[in-house]
Design a protein around this ligand. Sequence first.
Ligand SMILES: O=C(CO)COP(=O)(O)O
Ligand SMILES: O=C[C@H](O)COP(=O)(O)O
Ligand SMILES: [Zn+2]
Ligand SMILES: [Zn+2]
Length: 360
Amino acid sequence: MGVLEKLSRKSGVIVGDDVLRLFEYAQEKVFAIPAINVTSSSTAISALEAARDQNCPIVLQVSQGGAAFFAGKGVSNDGQKASIAGAVAAAHFIRSIAPTYGIPVVLHSDHCAKKLLPWLDGMLDADEQYYKIHGEPLFSSHMIDLSEEPVDWNIATTAKYLKRAAPMKQWLEMEIGITGGEEDGVNNENVDNAAMYTQPQDILAIHNALASISPYFSIAAGFGNVHGVYKPGNVRLHPELLKKHQAYVKEQTGSSKDKPVFFVFHGGSGSSKEEYKEAIGYGVVKVNLDTDMQYAYLTGVRDYVLNKQDYLKSPVGNPDGEDKPNKKFFDPRVWIREGEKTMSKRVQVALEDFNTAGQL
Ligand SMILES: O=C(CO)COP(=O)(O)O
Ligand SMILES: O=C[C@H](O)COP(=O)(O)O
Ligand SMILES: [Zn+2]
Ligand SMILES: [Zn+2]
C-alpha cells in the first residue's frame, strides 16, 4: 500500500492528475518530495538512483543557469536560447531514462524571475508542441518567481501563466516572500527581513486568484528561507508561519481540508531535521535541495583525485612503475562515478529526513 496505487503512471515522468495525487498523498502521509537541481545527465541519474534505492518518488528540476549548462556553456544564451534548449534537452533525457529506474518522477523547472520570463515562455512553447503530439506537456511543472515584484502584479501575472498551463493540466509553483541568499545571479543577501516572511493575507489572495483557474499549483512562501549554506545560527526559519497560513485559508474559504495549500520549502540545504519535519507537518510537499547536493557531488570527485593523485599526473607512469598506463584511473566514468555515489548518498539522507523513503 503506497502512492503507486493512486497513480495512473507508476514509473517515469508523471503529469497532470498524477502530480496532484502525489502531492495530496504526501500531505496525507506527512512526507515531502526532495526536488533536486540537476545540471547534467550525471547529476540526474545520481538522484534517480537514490530514489530507486529508497523506493520513492523524486522531483528533478533545472534552474535557468542549470539548463544553460545542460546545453553547454559554449553556447550563447541570447534571448534565453541556451536555457530553453538545455531545459528541453534535459526534459527529453529525463523522460527517456526515468522509466529505467522504475519510480515516478516529477519533471520541473526552478525559479523564473521577471527578467527570465522568455525562458519560461520558451519551455511552455515546447510543452504545447509536445501536448499536441502526446496529449501531455513535456514538463510536469514549472516555477514562476515574481516575488521581487509588487504583490498584485505577481499574482496577476502568475494567474496569466496558470491559465496557459491549465489546459495541459500542468502544475505551476509560484513564490511569495523573497528567498534570501542568491539565485540565478540575483543577490538577495541584504533583502529587508520582513520581505522574507510571507503574510497570511497574501497566501489567501494567491489561493483565491489561482484556485478559480486550476487546482494544479503550489506556493513557495517565505518563512526565512535562504539559498545556500551558512554558519549555524545565521538563518532563522519560522515554519510555524505555514501553520498560520493553512489555518487562515481554511477559515476564510471554509475549506474542509486542514491543509488547503500545497507549500514548497526553498533553500532546503543546511536546515535541520526538526525544521524539515515541522514544515512538512504544515503541508510542505516539496523541499528544494541544491547546495548540499553540489557539495556532496564534489566530495566524491575531490577525494578520488586527492587519493589517486599519483596515478593522475600523466597518462603513463605511477608508483607501480614508470611504464604503467593510468587509463583506468583517469577515465571519467571512474572519477565522475565517485561524485555520483556521494551525491546519491546525500539524496538518500534527504529521502529519509523528509519521510519519503519507502512511500511507493
Ligand atoms: O531552493 C533551492 C532551489 O530552488 C535550493 O536551495 P539550496 O541551494 O539552499 O538547497
Ligand atoms: O535558486 C536556487 C537554485 O539553487 C538554483 O541555483 P542556480 O541558479 O545557481 O542554478
Ligand atoms: Zn525567489
Ligand atoms: Zn529556490
